[in-house]
Design a protein around this ligand. Structure first.
Ligand SMILES: [Zn+2]
Length: 186
């Protein structure tokens, strides 16, 4: 067994970094649309909703009822059971929005995300929690369950999630101007 793994490898593979805290701005843009009631995978320090399940409570074993749920699971091996639970909870009436790494070669993606969730791939790589650098992987939002049939997208300028009118690529006039795009708005 190799003893001299580099510091960067250790950081990536340590169990502590299996938990990637959701960036507040990204959560806020999602929350404005979905009005979350339950954070199914939280710690008291990083909980995004007044009602949440901790690691000890293990949200996978709880009833998510028909609540509007946010789920940013640990990104280690246990991610599969979390997306399975998200899908199953949505079948029982919950609305579940997951922040997930883009791992399109995994069994969990093919079994419980592809064709089961509405998927939004994030442009660029996000900065999690207290991190100083962008994540070493791409991310996606997977939405399970009933909701308004509106057009959800990420703003190409600021990265926030928004409900698009027509073919808008940015969330606001300010962002549209910042992109320098010359478009006549209707
Ligand atoms: Zn924007």
């Amino acid at each position: 067994m190799r003893q001299n793994m580099s510091i960067s490898n250790l950081a990536i593979f340590s169990s502590a970094t299996a938990e990637w805290a959701t960036p507040p701005a990204l959560f806020a843009s999602l929350d404005r649309i979905f009005h979350f009631e339950l954070d199914v995978c939280a710690t008291p320090e990083n909980a995004k909703c007044p009602v949440f399940f901790t690691k000890e409570q293990d949200g996978r074993k709880q009833d998510w009822r028909q609540l509007r749920c946010f789920c940013n699971p640990p990104y280690g091996r246990q991610i599969g059971p979390w997306v399975k639970k998200s899908y199953e909870a949505s079948q029982a009436g919950a609305l579940v929005v997951c922040l997930l790494p883009c791992r399109t070669d995994t069994a969990w993606f093919h079994d419980y995300v592809k064709y089961r969730a509405e998927i939004h791939f994030l442009r660029g790589r996000i900065i999690f929690g207290e991190a100083k650098h962008n994540a070493p992987f791409a991310s996606m939002i997977a939405i399970y369950g009933k909701r308004d049939n509106r057009r959800l997208r990420f703003c190409q300028q600021c990265g926030n999630f928004f409900v698009a009118r027509a073919d808008a690529k940015t969330c606001s006039n300010a962002c549209r101007q910042a992109t320098g795009a010359l478009r006549i708005s209707s």
